[in-house]
Structures are given as structure tokens and as C-alpha cells.
Design a protein around this ligand. Structure first.
Ligand SMILES: Cc1ncc(COP(=O)(O)O)c(C=O)c1O
Length: 405
């Protein structure tokens, strides 16, 4: 454990990964190193860096200082040995699956309601290359155990809070089950962020983030990161030298800057989401609200146990009563403050129609199996005032009920 990891989460969010150069002066903020090449005093030194027997950098596809600072910060906040950054969350998931041994003839077990592109990656791309995929409701531990016993996968993948149905995964129980049946446990912790939960401490082997979301936090950077053991990180680094999905230094710098305010943003987003969810659940025009903070949510008690008093996350989803795609689109278009943009975790409140965006790559039958209807809207609470967000949702709901009257 480093000296910085003993400090509080908020302090580490601000300081972890900072002040890289050591010399007669130290910059307060990590500089951006755009250099592609690195020069050493001797070829022996360069050879040592290539061999990994000496610290340093040779080429950005292998690693670079600003990216390393971002990796150090996330490894610290997740409480892991090491992190590998990527150009996107999808690249992070892909390379983590490869590092965990997914290949021809190997089975991947995954939670049924993962992000649509994750589903497509496993169900279409990886099975097309000869891997096998099995899907299971991760909130049903008996079903998970049956699946693991029957299919003996190399990997079990789940999202801490699922996209877009915000189901909460029992990370400690899933880790025990995965290991009992010889699978490595990969957790996509994007929706929870390291602020709400550190899955490695609960038995996960790889923790994955789309850093495009809460970690970056401002809607201005695309990045991914995986936190794991030093040994697994080395495997991912070797793979990424070949895959080449490298995070650039400018993007790493933006992501690292985002990390500093993660606890502040998350506190506000959790509070806003809770207030909005409570309001929505009182509206006659809303059929169902999915938010782990609501006492009626099937994993409310589990979420309280996992996240403690930090909150229940900034993500929620809801079904507009009797809405088809056209009505859901009219609702999205009527929003004025909330942005109908295809992302989440930003300082802005964002609304998304999963059936036609995040889960567009699923067939209608696949969406039905997962539980994503045409009237489902996903909301990512921003840091604005909850009252203003609610007022915007209210006027948008009013406008669709007027249109249908
Ligand atoms: C839960 C989750 N995981 C992974 C991803 C993929 O991340 P990226 O868009 O950065 O590739 C997303 C994107 O929305 C996501 O919601």
C-alpha cells in the first residue's frame, strides 16, 4: 500500500498520479507528454526499458508518462495493484476478456443486461471467432451457479450497476461462485465508479471502466481503463501493444483532471438521482422507475450493503406509461435542460432512449428478453439543481400527455 492510498478517497482523487517529474522542481499538475520517442544515454539503458528491467518509456503504444499517471490514479482509487488505460471502454472490455483467456472454444458467461455493445462484442464478434457465450440474470444467484456448473466458463462478466435497467450485482457472492467454478470474475464498474464500490476488494479479478463516463465526467474525453493484478496488467499491456487501442496523452490528461472532482460530482449526482427517482415514482404518467435507492427496487438492500451511506448512484431508468417509440421520442425532444445525448456520467443531466441507442445492436427479441421496452428512458443525473431537472421532466411529461389528449 502506498502512502497516498492510506488517505481518504477525496484526498486521493485529487493527488493520486500527480507530480511525475522528480528533480529540482516538481509541477503541481502532471504535464502532458506528447512525445512518441524517448532518448536514453546508452543503448543498454534503452534495452533495459524494452526488457522491463528498468523503468522508462520507449513508445506510446507500450506506455507513456501522462497515461501512466492516469493509470496510477485509477489503480489507487480502485485499490488495485496496477491499471492499463485504453482509448475507450469497449477496448478495455475487449482486451480484458482476451487477457482473461477468451479464445476459440472458451466460454464467456455474462450478465444478460450488460451494455449493448458489450453484448454485441461477446455475442457476435467473439462467438464469430469461436468463443462460446452464455447469458444469465446476474441477480439470480441460483441461475448463475447452474450456468457456471453447466458451461464451465473461463470468465464471468457483470456490471456493478447494469445498463440500462440499473440492477445491482451481488459482487461478493458472484466472485465466490466464479472462483468456485474456476472462472475469472470481470466487473464493469462504470455506473458505480470507484467512488461507490471497489470490486477488487470483494473478490473481482479485473475491474473495468468506461472512463468516458463518471471518471472523465465532463463529456469531453473518451477513455477506458482496467484495474487488476500486476501480472494481469502485464498481459493486457502485451495485448494492447498489438491491438493498439492506446489512450493518447491529451485524453489521459483530461481524464486525470476529471478524477479530481469525482467524489464531489458523485455526491451531487447520487443526491439528484434519488430526488428525481422519488418524484418520478409519484407520477401517474410513469409506469415504473428503476433506481436502487427506491425501497421497492429488488436489490435495494444489497445496494445499501454494498455502497454504504455513499448513495445509490446517479443512473436511473423509467418506463413512460403505455409509451411506444414515437411517444418516447416526443418526450426526449420536449426536454430542454436535460440533454438527449448518447452518453452518461457527465456534469449535465442526460437522457437516452436505450432501444434505439445504447442497445440498438440487439434484435427486438433480444431486447425483449433483457427487458428493454420502447417506452424505457435512461437518465444520468447531472450536477444541476434537482428542482430544475424535475421541472424539465415535468414539462416534457406534460407536453406528451397534451399531445395524446
Ligand atoms: C457500462 C458501460 N460499459 C462500457 C461502455 C463502453 O465505453 P466506451 O463508450 O467508452 O467505449 C459503456 C458505454 O456506454 C457503458 O455504458
Amino acid at each position: 500500500m502506498t502512502a497516498s492510498s492510506r488517505k481518504s478517497f477525496s484526498t486521493r482523487a485529487v493527488h493520486a498520479g500527480e507530480r511525475l517529474p522528480k528533480g529540482s522542481y516538481t509541477p503541481v499538475v502532471t504535464p502532458i507528454y506528447p512525445s512518441v520517442g524517448y532518448i536514453y544515454e546508452s543503448m543498454d539503458e534503452l534495452d533495459g526499458v524494452f526488457a522491463g528491467t528498468q523503468p522508462g518509456y520507449v513508445y506510446p503504444r507500450y506506455g507513456s508518462p501522462t497515461v501512466a499517471a492516469f493509470e496510477a490514479a485509477i489503480a489507487d482509487l480502485e485499490g488495485g495493484e496496477a491499471a492499463q488505460a485504453f482509448a475507450s471502454g469497449m477496448a478495455a472490455i475487449h482486451v480484458a476478456l482476451l487477457a482473461a483467456g477468451v479464445r476459440l472454444g472458451v466460454t464467456v458467461a455474462a450478465a444478460l443486461d450488460v451494455y449493448g455493445a458489450t453484448y454485441a462484442l461477446i455475442q457476435r464478434l467473439l462467438t464469430g471467432l469461436g468463443a462460446r457465450a452464455v447469458w444469465v440474470d446476474a441477480s439470480d444467484l441460483d441461475a448463475v451457479e447452474r450456468t457456471l456448473a453447466e458451461s464451465r466458463p473461463a470468465v464471468l462478466l457483470a456490471e456493478t450497476i447494469s445498463n440500462p435497467l440499473v440492477k445491482v450485482a451481488g459482487i461478493p457472492s458472484l466472485a465466490v461462485l466464479a472462483h468456485q467454478y474456476g472462472a475469472q470474475f470481470l466487473v464493469d464498474n462504470t455506473f458505480a465508479s470507484p467512488y461507490l464500490l471497489n470490486p477488487l476488494a470483494l473478490g473481482a479479478d479485473y475491474v473495468i471502466h468506461s472512463a468516458t463516463k463518471y471518471i472523465g465526467g465532463h463529456g469531453d474525453v473518451m477513455a477506458g481503463v482496467v484495474v487488476t493484478s500486476t501480472e494481469n496488467r502485464l498481459k493486457m499491456n502485451e495485448l494492447n501493444k498489438l491491438v493498439g487501442s492506446v489512450l493518447g496523452p491529451f485524453d489521459a490528461w483530461l481524464a486525470l483532471r476529471g478524477v479530481k472532482t469525482l467524489p464531489l460530482r458523485m455526491r451531487q449526482q447520487c443526491a439528484n438521482a434519488a430526488e428525481v427517482a422519488a418524484w418520478l415514482s409519484q407520477q401517474p404518467g410513469i409506469q415504473r422507475v428503476n433506481y436502487p435507492g427506491l425501497s421497492g427496487h429488488p436489490q435495494h438492500a444489497l445496494a445499501a450493503e454494498l455502497f454504504g451511506d455513499k448513495g445509490f448512484g446517479g443512473m436511473l431508468s423509467f418506463e413512460i406509461a403505455g409509451a411506444d417509440q414515437v411517444t418516447a421520442f416526443r418526450f426526449m425532444e420536449a426536454l430542454q435542460l436535460c440533454q438527449a445525448a448518447t452518453t452518461l456520467g457527465d456534469i449535465y443531466t442526460l437522457a437516452l432512449h436505450p432501444a434505439t441507442s445504447s442497445h440498438r445492436s440487439l434484435t427486438p427479441a433480444e431486447r425483449q428478453r433483457v427487458g428493454i421496452s420502447d417506452g424505457l428512458v435512461r437518465l444520468s443525473a447531472g450536477i444541476e439543481s434537482a428542482g430544475d431537472i424535475i421541472a424539465d421532466l415535468e414539462q416534457a411529461l406534460c407536453s406528451i400527455s397534451k399531445a395524446s389528449a
